[in-house]
Design a protein around this ligand. Structure first.
Ligand SMILES: CC(C)=CC(=O)SCCNC(=O)CCNC(=O)[C@H](O)C(C)(C)COP(=O)(O)OP(=O)(O)OC[C@H]1O[C@@H](n2cnc3c(N)ncnc32)[C@H](O)[C@@H]1OP(=O)(O)O
Length: 542
């Protein structure tokens, strides 16, 4: 056992309790008072609705629980981005559920709410998963309308996606369980089936005040756009529900009747637990991100029966590649090795750094997985590509480009776990968010940034010093220290996994022990969508 095992374990468990504390806080949404207000109106909260809808005792994962965290404090905050998203099972069918949180500014859409809704639709589209919207929203968050209204990835894209998803044959069901105002009114009606809850649900393009102001008509909101109006007069909605539970039961009944479609056909056998104890991950993962460790010890605690068939074990060793099963699903694992390795040519290579040989190996392995229809799992703990003349002259750029090419053009589903560092172009080559992982999630130990705080501060200081020198000035040691500390502090704050999760660069921060569950749920979702195009790498950078 590593002499630092206990120290590491204490540290990682502290990070875990911080995660649990933060999660408990965001789960309160707009707070106890607003929750009590909803209950007084006879409504359930967004989380209560989802819990009631999902099959009892079934597995689920929450997407982007930390969306918006710390981003809108001057507006009173936007916990979970004002919308709760979960992948789970409804009447035995895997679905994605999107529920507006009316305790957060009446469910109005902040910019991050738009990004999160689009991510939910993207997950439904990529995996051909049925999507269920539980609508309770005041529409656009008006003080920030310029950041959520008109652009390609703003509110309007949701309805465009509703239409596109419908033509793709993806089931969409919406229940209006509170307000559904203005442009937002299109979402339920562009779904296949729309339910509305009597007395609490309402849909209109303009509420009674605006109607009075615009055309002088006197009308109350219920007559204008309540459940009876839309189920019996306008024909806008398809089912009238007595209350929230009735609406959710009706959705369960509708989902229950959905037939089975063609599957992708990823290999699955009976799941087996890892033979080595996954709890030991806490003690293996070092406290400091700069410390070395053997990633193989992590892999063995994540895969079924701890069995891993390593591909090219002796070559390009700063990346580990190989086949395994996770919860029965066959996977190809691409992981950054974090210990110093010695190549067969006698060269010492730093852990967590991608060299030409490791990039080449990963490229070929990724191609193999595509050839064999095996989902890919990336375990990131990467500081970037090797720098310096030896590496540059050896063509690291073209070797890295090949790896980026293979990751980008993969047709099998990809899943990314940010275990530790996720820096620079290493983030890209190891399937960061820009490379379409079906799910990307981080452990509490993760750090994501273009480079570390110390490195960034040193680079920027050199730039500053040389620009001053060009003007005939010199940077004083005091000024240098001040500048260094300022830059480092800013970067250090931004490398936090919470900073990344709040911006949905990842789908969440999870307990390492939940990794197998996330990957298994992710592959099961991906299995709904047959692969539609051949694997084609295009021009290879030889
Ligand atoms: C998509 C397109 C093309 C267009 C649009 O969406 S335009 C937006 C149009 N929306 C509206 O006009 C709705 C305005 N809001 C309401 O009418 C009501 O808030 C309600 C009927 C939706 C809900 O009423 P409720 O009594 O349950 O809640 P409130 O106390 O009124 O609101 C709670 C809280 O949220 C703030 N709020 C509500 N709506 C918005 C909004 N659209 N933008 C910004 N802020 C909104 C409201 O001020 C209050 O804030 P405080 O808690 O800070 O007082």
């Amino acid at each position: 056992m590593d002499i630092n095992f206990n120290k590491n374990e204490d540290h990682n468990k502290l990070l875990l309790s911080e995660l649990k504390r933060k999660l408990a806080k965001v789960k309160l949404g707009g707070g106890e008072k607003r929750i009590a207000k909803l209950h007084n109106e006879g409504k359930m909260t967004a989380r209560e609705r989802i819990d009631y809808l999902l099959d009892k005792d079934s597995e689920s994962i929450e997407i982007a629980a930390f969306a918006g965290e710390g981003m809108y404090e001057e507006h009173g905050g936007c916990p979970s981005g004002g919308v709760v998203v979960k992948i789970g099972y409804v009447s035995g069918k895997q679905c994605i559920v999107v529920a507006n949180d009316a305790t957060v500014k009446a469910g109005a859409w902040f910019p991050i709410t738009g990004k999160k809704n689009l991510r939910a639709q993207e997950i439904a589209i990529e995996n051909k998963l049925p999507i269920i919207y539980l609508v309770d929203s005041a529409g656009v968050y008006l003080p920030m309308q310029d950041e959520i209204f008109p652009d390609k990835e703003h509110f309007g894209r949701i309805f465009r996606n509703n239409a596109v998803m419908s033509s793709m044959g993806i089931t969409q069901i919406a229940a209006v369980m509170g307000s559904c105002v203005a442009g937002g009114a299109y979402l339920p009606i562009m779904s296949d089936e729309a339910l509305i809850v009597d007395k609490t649900g309402s849909i209109f393009l303009a509420g009674s005040y605006l109607v009075k102001a615009a055309i002088g008509e006197n009308i109350d909101n219920e007559t204008l756009g309540g459940a009876t109006t839309h189920c019996e007069i306008s024909g806008v909605t398809d089912y009238k529900a007595k209350d929230d539970k009735d609406a959710l039961n009706k959705i369960r009944n509708i989902v229950d009747k959905i037939g089975d479609f063609e599957k992708a056909g990823y290999s699955r056998t009976a799941p087996q637990k890892p033979a080595l104890d996954p709890n030991e991950i806490y003690g293996i993962l070092p406290k400091q991100r700069s410390e070395q460790y053997d990633m193989m010890e992590i892999i063995k605690r994540l895969v079924d029966n701890s069995e891993f068939e390593e591909y090219k074990a002796g070559y390009g060793q700063t990346i580990i590649t190989g086949y395994a099963r996770i919860d029965g699903w066959a996977v190809g694992i691409v992981a950054n090795q974090r210990k110093v390795v010695k190549s067969k040519k006698g060269e010492m290579q730093f852990g967590g750094v991608i060299y030409s040989d490791s990039a080449d190996k990963a490229t070929r392995f990724i191609a193999n997985c595509n050839q064999k229809k095996i989902p890919l799992v990336f375990l990131q703990d990467v500081t970037g590509f090797m720098v310096g003349s030896k590496s540059e002259h050896g063509g690291i750029i073209k070797d890295g480009a090949k790896m980026v090419n293979a990751v980008s053009n993969s047709v099998v589903p990809k899943f990314t776990v940010v275990v530790g560092n996720s820096y620079g172009a290493g983030n890209y080559a190891m399937c960061g968010k820009a490379y379409d992982p079906r799910l990307i999630f981080a452990w509490p130990s993760a750090e994501l940034a273009v480079m570390g705080g110390t490195q960034a501060a040193k680079v920027l200081l050199q730039i500053e010093a040389s620009s001053l020198k060009a003007r005939g000035e010199e940077i004083t040691p005091e000024k240098e220290e001040e500048l260094f500390n300022k830059i480092k502090a800013r970067y250090d704050a931004q490398v936090s996994p919470y900073y990344a999760a709040s911006r949905i660069w990842t789908d969440g921060i999870i307990d390492p022990l939940d990794t197998r569950k996330w990957i298994s749920i992710g592959i099961e979702a991906a299995n709904h969508a047959p692969i539609e195009k051949p694997f084609n790498l295009g021009v290879i950078q030889v």
